[in-house]
Design a protein around this ligand. Structure first.
Ligand code: C5P
Length: 406
């Protein structure tokens, strides 16, 4: 199981001989599911090339504070905001001293000053430098400020001496970094979520759609990411911003949504169909805008519709299917209709919501739902869509846990 899923780690590399180990550290951080961006000090570039770290991290390496190219792509403030964790490994005695003094004369120290996320440092230096009273006093100050220390450990050093000052072994650094984050209820799980409405084209300017805003689906994606899951969000047209850490795939029609879902859903642990998928689409789509005179028959427009494929039902019928959760937006007999849908579509769970009331459901910021699964039923009173999402994710995680225990 990955321990750093969705986490953004900004790896600071300073100029000590242990800098060569940062290449391996990047790989280990990525194996645990994190995205890594590297900031190097000038001195670090003498020990390992930025190109190596760029190739491994798959992101440009940032070095200079006033580097026009990297600043335009992602400046120091953006990097500070981007990171969930700043990990400086190796951290030299010079870097430690600069951190104590609050210096901002290079990119890494500036980012450390600007960041609000946790900061962890893995010191590495000659044993006498580590034992020096200045270094010790500096470390004490940093510890008091809440900076996390990973190591150093004792052992044979590159300079031939033996003692404390060796960079902590890479695997332990990654374990210590992971332990700084709460382990979420869906840690390492892969979720595919559909959201928003679909648009079924009539001609190049007209379509059939519905009032779905995508708010509930996006909130569920956000709650799943918070719980440590990896999320692919397949969304119809919406005007809201998608969670930054989700892999977003935009679609228009139900048919496109069907195709995109089936590219990924077989690998999912959990599939949640929140999208309000149009049940029907026009039988033919006109290539040119239709004229009134083309469409009118006895003062009406007989538009022939054909049925769309049911996305969630096709996922639920995979031989080895993900835990499949549907939504039932209803206006009458909410619970009984939702129960019928649960059985008919072969789902593991369904969330019923009343969309007859304007204050809940489709376009509102709040929702009032009932979650139904196996022989259980849980009502979620009126609350924000974000809170509804957190409850739904917690119920799914609990149910999955119980199912694995059975
Ligand atoms: O049958 P109904 O449209 O009410 O079912 C709602 C549930 O089925 C939702 O989870 C929705 O995302 C899903 N659905 C689907 N494909 C369709 C229609 C609905 O996945 N073509």
């Amino acid at each position: 199981m990955q321990t750093l899923t969705n986490k953004r780690v900004l790896l600071g590399v300073t100029g000590g001989i242990a800098a060569y180990k940062s290449a391996e550290l990047i790989r280990h951080l990525q194996e645990q599911g994190s995205e890594v961006r590297v900031v190097m000090t000038e001195a670090a570039t003498e020990f390992i090339t930025p190109l190596t770290l760029q190739a491994l991290s798959q992101n440009p390496v940032h070095i200079g504070l006033l580097d026009r190219e990297t600043e335009s792509a992602m400046g120091h403030i953006e990097l500070a905001r981007w990171a969930d964790l700043i990990l400086v490994a190796p951290a030299t005695s010079n870097f430690i001293a600069k951190l104590v003094g609050g210096h901002a004369n290079d990119l890494l120290t500036t980012i450390c000053l600007a960041a609000k996320c946790p900061l962890a440092i893995a010191p590495a230096m000659n044993q006498a430098m580590w034992g020096n009273s200045s270094t010790m006093a500096n470390c004490e100050i940093l510890l008091k400020r809440g900076i996390h220390f990973f190591g150093p450990e004792k052992g044979l050093q590159a300079c031939g001496e033996e003692g404390p000052g060796r960079l902590l072994d890479i695997e332990t650094i990654v374990i210590r970094a992971s332990s700084l984050f709460d382990t979420g209820a869906l840690n390492g799980k892969y979720l595919v979520i559909t959201a928003g409405p679909t648009r079924e084209a009539i001609d190049p300017v007209r379509f059939i759609s519905n009032h779905s805003s995508g708010k509930q689906g996006y909130a569920i994606a956000e709650a799943a990411l918070d719980a440590g899951a990896r999320v692919t969000l397949i969304s119809g047209p919406t005007s809201i911003e998608a969670p930054a850490k989700a892999h977003l795939i935009r679609v228009n029609s139900a048919d496109e949504m069907y195709e995109e879902v089936h590219k990924v859903a077989m690998n999912a642990d959990i599939f949640i169909g929140v999208a309000a998928v149009a049940d029907y689409r026009p039988k033919t789509v006109a290539k040119q805008k239709m004229k009134k005179s083309d469409t009118l028959v006895n003062n009406s427009w007989p538009l022939e519709l054909i049925q769309n494929r049911d996305i969630i039902q096709s996922v639920a019928n995979y031989p080895s299917r993900p835990f499949t959760v549907g939504f039932a937006a209803e206006t009458t007999n909410i619970i009984s209709h939702a129960k019928q849908k649960l059985i008919k579509k072969n789902l593991d769970m369904i969330i019923a919501n009343d969309v007859s009331d304007d204050s809940v459901g489709f376009n509102s910021d709040e929702n009032k739902t009932t979650v139904l699964w196996k022989n259980h039923q849980k009502e979620l009173p009126m609350m924000s869509k974000a809170a509804t999402a957190s409850h739904i994710i917690a119920i799914i995680a609990e149910t999955l846990d119980k199912d694995t225990d059975d």
